[in-house]
Structure formats: C-alpha cells, structure tokens
Design a protein around this ligand. Structure first.
Ligand code: HEC
Ligand code: HEC
Length: 581
C-alpha cells in the first residue's frame, strides 16, 4: 500500500504537492493492514470487486467532487475521505476510498457509493490495524454529507470559488455559456441536496458507526423523487432522521430468512434480495423519477431516468455470499471457551443464548433454498426505529399507483413503506418487462406470475415478501422487535444492539442499569472487553445513551438482559466462547 501511495504522489507532480502532500504524508504513516481470515471464498479478487462495484448510486459528477474544496482550501478528496473514517482503496485511480465508485462514460463519470463504504471496517489493537470486510463501518457519514453541502454552497455563493471550480471542471477552452450551464446544473443539484440535508440531518448527529438508513431512504424517496418536475421536491415529506442504527455486518446475511434490524424483509434468495438492494440504492443517491404513463405496465414509468444498476446489484449480492465471518486473530483459551459453550447452550432463563442465536433451519424459500431462522423479538431495546417505520408521506406522482394483488392503490397520504414497496416492485417488474407479455391492465401481474421464465419464478416470493412489508402498515401498534442473528464473527461488530448503544460484549452482559452511559465510538479495540476501547483516536465521536426511562430516545441502552445474572466465572467463559464464533 505504501508503495502505491508513493507512486501516486510521484505521478501527481509538484503542482499538486502543495495541496496533497500533507495527506500523503499522513497516509504514508498508515500501518500495513492485517486482513482478517474470512474463509477460502473471500480472496483478493472478490475483495477488490466488492470495494469498487457500481450499484447505480449517483452522488454527483466525479469532476465536481474532484474540483470541490474543503473549508480550509484543500481539495475535498485530498485525504481520500479518511477524515470521515472511510478506508483507503489504493486500487482506485481516482483516489476514492473503499466503497466509493466512479462509473459511466470516460470523462463523464458519476461518483457514487456502494455497499462496501458502509459495510467494511478497520479496527486497531496494539498499534496493528485489522480490516474486516462486511463489518460495520466506523465512518461518520453525516459529516461527509454536511461538508458536501457546505462545499457546494460556497461554490454557488462565492464568485471566486465558482471561477476556480468551473476552471477545474471545464478545463481550458471552455466558453462563457459552459460556465453558466455549469452554474445552473450545480444550483439545481444543490436545491435538492440542501433541502434533504437541511431537513433530515439530526442534532446531535449520528456520529461514527451509526446511520438512520431507513429514514434517509424514506426521505430521499418521498422528499426528492415524487414531486413535480423539474426539482421533484416535496419538502414536507422530509423529516429528521433521528433513529440511527449501527451498520449491520454482512457475513451470513444472505442465509437468514428475515433481514433488516426490525426483521421486516423476507430473505434468502437473490430475488428477495433485489427489493432490499433497490430500496437501498434509491436512498443512496440513486436516480428515481417515476412518471405517470398510461401506456406502461402498471400505469407508471418506474425506470424513467432510473440509475439503478440491476447487474451490479446482483454481482454485489453474489459477492456478499462469499464474505465469511472473520476469525478472531488473537490467542484463545480453548478450555475456557469450551466452558463458555456450555453456558451459551443453556436455556435463556438460565443465562443461555442458543435459543435465539443458534443456527436453526428457517423458512424454505423458493426454489428450495434452506435458510437460517432469524427470530424477531421485542427484548426491551430502543423502540425508535418503529416510529420511523410508521411514518406517512404525500405520495405525489405515485398517488393511485398499485401492484394488483400485492400493494393496494396508494392514497394521497400513505405509509412510506407502501410507497417504497410500489416503487421497488414496479421497478423490478418493468426491468423484466421485456421478457413477459405486455398488458397495461390490471392483469399484468397475474400474467407475469404465469409467464415468467423459470429463473424468475422466485419473483413470486418477492411479491409475497413485499406483501408482508406492507402489512407492516399496522406497525404503529407493533412491538419494537428486532432480529436475533447467528453470532458468528460477533466479536468484530461493536458497538452492540441495533442502535449501537453498548460498547462491548462485556458491557452487554451487565444489567442495563449498570452499562456505561457515555462512550467513544472509534476504531480502537479492546480485546479483553471484546469491543470498543475506552480511549479512542481523534477520529471518533461520543455517544450519550439514555436509560430505560426513555426507551424511545433512539439512543437507549435498555433491554436485552440475557446472561446478566451469571456468576463472573461463567461470564468470563461465555466471553471467551463468543470470541471463537
Ligand atoms: C450508506 C450506507 C449503506 C450502504 C451504501 C449500504 N448499506 Fe446495507 N445497510 C446499511 C444500514 C444502516 C443498514 C441497517 C438498516 C436497518 O435495518 O435499520 C443496512 C442493512 C443491510 C442488510 C441487512 C442486514 C441485517 O443484519 O439485517 C443487508 C444484507 C445489507 N444492508 C446489504 C447491503 C448491500 C448488498 C449493499 C449494496 C448493494 C448495501 N447494503 C449498501 C447501510 C448501508
Ligand atoms: C430471547 C431471545 C434472546 C436471547 C435468549 C439472547 N438474545 Fe441476544 N439478541 C436478541 C435480539 C432480539 C437481539 C436484537 C436486539 C436489538 O438489536 O435491539 C439480540 C442482540 C444481541 C447482540 C447484538 C448483535 C449486534 O449485532 O449488535 C448480541 C451480541 C447478543 N444478542 C448476544 C447474546 C448473548 C451472548 C446471549 C446469551 C447470554 C443472548 N444474546 C441471548 C435475542 C436474544
């Protein structure tokens, strides 16, 4: 890695050195990375593809991102975004970090984000760094979003800054009207971007390692995509994204029968994964501009200008299957771990874990896919994500849209889960439209169900899955239940619980009242407590949690009091066993 950095700095030439040398010096001091052992299927080639595969996310033209400046005058990309905790990807010739993508025609590429930006982490122990692919990112996404808003705002409000920006984007020989056009495009882009960020980003911010992805997907869809052109905005639909969760880990995710923290999505086949991934790309800067169109299947053009990369999403899903749970890289006391296994396997009432976290066969998904059961239970943890799931919005251009038999016609004000369901299913159906009999009428879906080629039969499962989600419309009264996953590789996923409110496994084995209330989230790891170290480097944030008197704060450390009454020796043994999973 160091060699590559040196090569890059030599190639960049003296002119850029003033701007870049600082960050290169800082980067050259980076420790070489220790790759966690994540099984034989996870090799360098798969990793490289996972780090850079496009999914159709379009943050902004790459040329803009490269031309933008930070508040201190340095290029926005100067440190490859390491200041937000994103990880260097020396293979990326544009200086984009892990999970940031450049895609599209040469010279007109879009900068985007992909799974690896949020689902890869690096931790440090005793001066060594360890990369864990598929692990929860320890990134500060909100600061990235806020800084991008400020950087573009400055270009639009400050003539000198705009001239410099235009010079960098347009290059020599640009005509005055090119600069005018560029100004208009940037202003149109920022009108939407700023509307979203100003209304959605919360204070206190998410900090490192957490993000309210569901709210951001809802906000993006309802606030930016359904209004009248040209802006498509419905500002009233944007609300504070104030229920941040810890990024989940991806190993084994494809084998679960339910997924997402609240366990609301059926899972286990690529067809079931597609609605999940499409929803995600819509939220992560995917272009989605549905348009009423009587001549199209379902009466709406769902893929009008859509940027979703269906092939890319399928590739990413296949890659995700290859990421194994990381093996604990340090010594383990195996005799003690054996004792811990016995504790783990006790009934829950005696402090055991296996009935919720053991590997058990789950629902069989079409065509014959055995999954792992994922119990979804209310164990007294924070309830705020359920407030998000019960939100409603104006449906705009999608008013009246429906998927016959699956999603009821969307009313003027509707649950956003219903609007999302009609959006992702409509997109999927129209993506396959070419291979089915066209019928703009209500029987289209029935026809599709009977005429799809065998390879697409699993789509029927996807319908059922979406139906389950829309039944969540009753969620306002639902209990705040979350998925209990198989705990392989759990040592590498701190802070714990869906909202990241507990810094280590040792703390999780204490009653909520005794858990630490305030802690730092950052990359330094403590292999005794198995989780976040108390002392963190500057690239960290402080999380203040609330106790059980405010379970709906979004930051409550309440609940999941399993194993908390075990005698100290049993806890120690259990902790040792959890390292080996
Ligand atoms: C901007 C960050 C971000 C990006 C990009 C992203 N994810 Fe996620 N992902 C999240 C967050 C946050 C959640 C948790 C959402 C929730 O349930 O509240 C999540 C949930 C998931 C889950 C469910 C895991 C579980 O434990 O239930 C899977 C699987 C997943 N993502 C896969 C992907 C894939 C595949 C991609 C790329 C195609 C991707 N993600 C892109 C942030 C991201
Ligand atoms: C009755 C079911 C049940 C039992 C028993 C149980 N858990 Fe859990 N566990 C859950 C649920 C549900 C969640 C998700 C809660 C949340 O995230 O809000 C969870 C979450 C966790 C997490 C956090 C996962 C993550 O990615 O952050 C860990 C770690 C964990 N459990 C460990 C244990 C251990 C160790 C035991 C035994 C001492 C145990 N659990 C017993 C249901 C259970």
């Amino acid at each position: 890695m160091r060699l590559l950095l040196l090569l890059r700095s030599a190639a960049s030439g003296a002119a850029f050195c003033a701007a870049l040398c600082l960050s290169i010096a800082a980067r050259a001091d980076d420790q070489p990375v220790n790759w966690a052992n994540q099984g034989p299927a996870w090799n360098a080639e798969a990793r490289a593809q996972f780090y850079s595969q496009d999914q159709g996310s379009r943050i902004m033209p790459l040329a803009w991102l490269k031309a933008l400046k930070r508040a201190d005058g340095q290029p926005f990309l100067a440190d490859d975004l390491a200041r937000y905790g994103y990880l260097p990807n020396p293979a990326n010739s544009e200086g984009l970090p892990v999970g940031f993508t450049a895609s599209g025609l040469r010279g007109a590429e879009w900068a985007g984000m992909s799974c690896a930006a949020c689902h890869t982490r690096q931790i440090s122990v005793g001066g060594e760094t360890y990369r864990i692919d598929g692990g929860p990112a320890i990134a500060d996404f909100q600061s990235f979003l806020t800084d991008l808003d400020a950087a573009t705002g400055k270009v639009l409000s400050d003539g000198a800054a705009f001239d410099e920006f235009a010079g960098a984007v347009l290059g020599p020989g640009a005509q005055p009207q090119d600069a005018v056009q560029l100004h208009d495009s940037l202003a149109a882009w920022r009108l939407r971007y700023h509307a979203l960020m100003a209304a959605a980003l919360p204070d206190p911010p998410w900090g490192y390692g957490r993000l309210d992805a569901v709210s951001m997907i809802f906000n993006r869809l309802a606030g930016l995509d359904l209004g009248p052109p040209p802006s498509h905005l419905i500002v009233d639909n944007i609300v504070r994204a104030d229920a941040p969760v810890r990024y989940p880990f991806l190993w084994n995710a494809t084998r679960q029968d339910k997924t997402q923290w609240p366990g609301f999505e059926d899972n286990g086949t690529n067809q079931l994964a597609l609605p999940r991934n499409l929803g995600e790309v819509t939220g992560m800067f995917g272009v989605f501009e549905p348009e009423k169109n009587r001549l199209r299947l379902l009466g709406v053009s769902y893929l009008n200008n859509s940027s979703a990369n269906f092939d890319g999403l399928e590739k990413l899903e296949e890659l995700m299957k290859r990421i194994g749970p990381p093996r604990w890289p340090w010594p383990v006391d195996t005799a003690l771990a054996d004792k811990g296994r016995a504790v783990f396997e006790r009934p829950a009432a005696d402090g055991g874990c296996v009935e919720c976290h053991g590997v058990k066969p789950g629902r069989v998904q079409f065509p014959n896919q055995q999954t792992w059961a994922t119990p979804v239970q209310d164990v007294g943890t924070d309830s705020r994500e359920y407030v998000v799931l019960s939100r409603k919005a104006h449906s705009g251009v999608l008013e009246g849209a429906q998927i016959p038999d699956v999603v009821r016609p969307v009313k003027e004000t509707a649950y956003i889960v219903d609007i999302l369901a009609v959006s992702v299913l409509g997109s999927i159906l129209q993506n396959y439209e070419a291979s089915v009999i066209m019928d703009p009428g209500a029987q289209a879906v029935e026809l599709l169900k009977f005429h799809v080629p065998p390879s697409l039969q699993g789509l029927v499962d996807a319908f059922r899955s979406i139906e389950d989600i829309t039944n969540l419309s009753a969620i306002a009264g639902a209990k705040p239940a979350y998925e209990a996953r198989v705990l392989e590789g759990i040592w590498a996923a701190a802070p714990y619980l869906h909202n990241g409110s507990v810094p280590s496994l040792a703390e999780l084995l204490k009653p909520a009242a005794e858990r630490v209330a305030t802690f730092q989230i950052g990359p330094a790891y403590d292999i005794e407590a198995v989780g976040l170290a108390v002392e963190q480097p500057a690239s960290s944030s402080t999380l203040k949690t609330t106790d059980c008197s405010d379970r709906n704060s979004g930051d409550s450390r309440c609940g999941h009091e399993y194993g908390v009454q075990l005698p100290p020796d049993d806890k120690k043994a259990l902790l040792e066993y959890l390292k080996t999973l």
